[in-house]
Design a protein around this ligand. Structure first.
Ligand SMILES: Cc1cc2nc3c(=O)[nH]c(=O)nc-3n(C[C@H](O)[C@H](O)[C@H](O)COP(=O)(O)OP(=O)(O)OC[C@H]3O[C@@H](n4cnc5c(N)ncnc54)[C@H](O)[C@@H]3O)c2cc1C
Length: 262
């Protein structure tokens, strides 16, 4: 009997798994995704070895902004598309949002929001931080904001005087601590100057925030926390992309190394 594997989620995790299983002929593979558009820059280090093992080295290096050291992507979606294009099209089902899973002695039944129903022997939850698969298997809620926040900016205009240096500072302000870093990723015309601010924050990061809103937030914070840091301000001012990250605790399981919330 051929094992039926259903992968829920075709982010980079689900796609690489689908590619690996199909390439090595492991069962009947189907990957399902609601496929929202997303983007953002990505720096890929050691994990590029996995893509190389899957025979994607050439196309990966050709697409990466800076193929030598850290592979730097201006748009993470290009990376997904690269893997997607290398998988037989009959394996991928886009436009399918998983709603529920039920299981009996024989198989798992997957029901999608568009009414499609699929049966599988193995289900892999690769459906990201708000995973429906995880919530259903562990019967748990949404991840909880852990109170840490990290905001950073990326500028292709070379502002930092010495790209070889990485600056790491700890600044105390009004009883709060801020971790401030700046460094340069990539080289020559692929260089990006990056500034990062990490802090405690109970403010929830909204997925509606676009890069401009995040940039304004970063400017406001850095002018308060590091008013005299001119290089930092110039790098943020010139940034084309800004990101806002929050760390979360999974309610499904907690990894041992995560700090206690208190
Ligand atoms: C701003 C930002 C910057 C980052 N920078 C880096 C970096 O530089 N380097 C790095 O290595 N990592 C970086 N990361 C982390 C990296 O993006 C994630 O680790 C990676 O995307 C996780 O991949 P994934 O496939 O597990 O999940 P995701 O990329 O989240 O993919 C999950 C997929 O599941 C789908 N899905 C969700 N729910 C359903 C459902 N109910 N039914 C069907 N499909 C569903 C979604 O559409 C999505 O395609 C960054 C993350 C962020 C947010």
């Amino acid at each position: 009997m051929v094992t039926r594997v259903a992968i829920v989620g075709s982010g980079i995790g689900g796609l690489v798994l689908a590619k690996t299983l199909t390439q090595y002929g492991a069962g009947k593979v189907e990957a399902w995704d609601e496929w929202k558009t997303r983007g953002g820059s990505l720096g890929i280090q050691q994990s590029s070895l996995i893509l190389e093992k899957l025979g994607l080295k050439e196309v990966f290096d050709a697409l990466a902004n800076h193929p030598k050291a850290t592979k730097y992507w201006s748009d993470g979606q290009d990376l997904q598309k690269m893997v997607l294009d290398s998988i037989p099209p009959e394996v991928i089902f886009l436009g399918h949002k998983l709603e529920s899973l039920t299981e009996d002695d024989k198989e798992v039944t997957l029901t999608f929001a568009n009414g499609k129903v699929d049966k599988a022997d193995i289900v892999v939850g690769a459906d990201g931080i708000h995973s429906v698969v995880k919530k259903q298997i562990f019967d748990c809620g949404e991840p909880v904001h852990a109170g840490f926040r990290l905001i950073y900016s990326c500028s292709s205009v070379p502002i930092r005087p010495n790209p070889e240096e990485v600056h790491v500072n700890w600044i105390s302000k009004d009883g709060e601590g801020y971790h401030v870093m700046d460094w340069s990723a990539g080289a020559a015309d692929k260089r990006h100057d990056v500034c990062l601010l990490m802090m405690r924050s109970e403010e929830l990061i909204s997925d509606k925030w676009d890069s401009t809103i995040v940039k304004d937030k970063l400017k406001e914070l850095t002018s308060r926390v590091a008013p005299g840091h001119e290089v930092l301000h110039a790098a943020i001012e010139n940034a084309e992309m800004c990101f806002d990250w929050g760390s979360t605790f999974s309610q499904c399981f907690q990894l041992g190394f995560l700090p206690n919330r208190e």
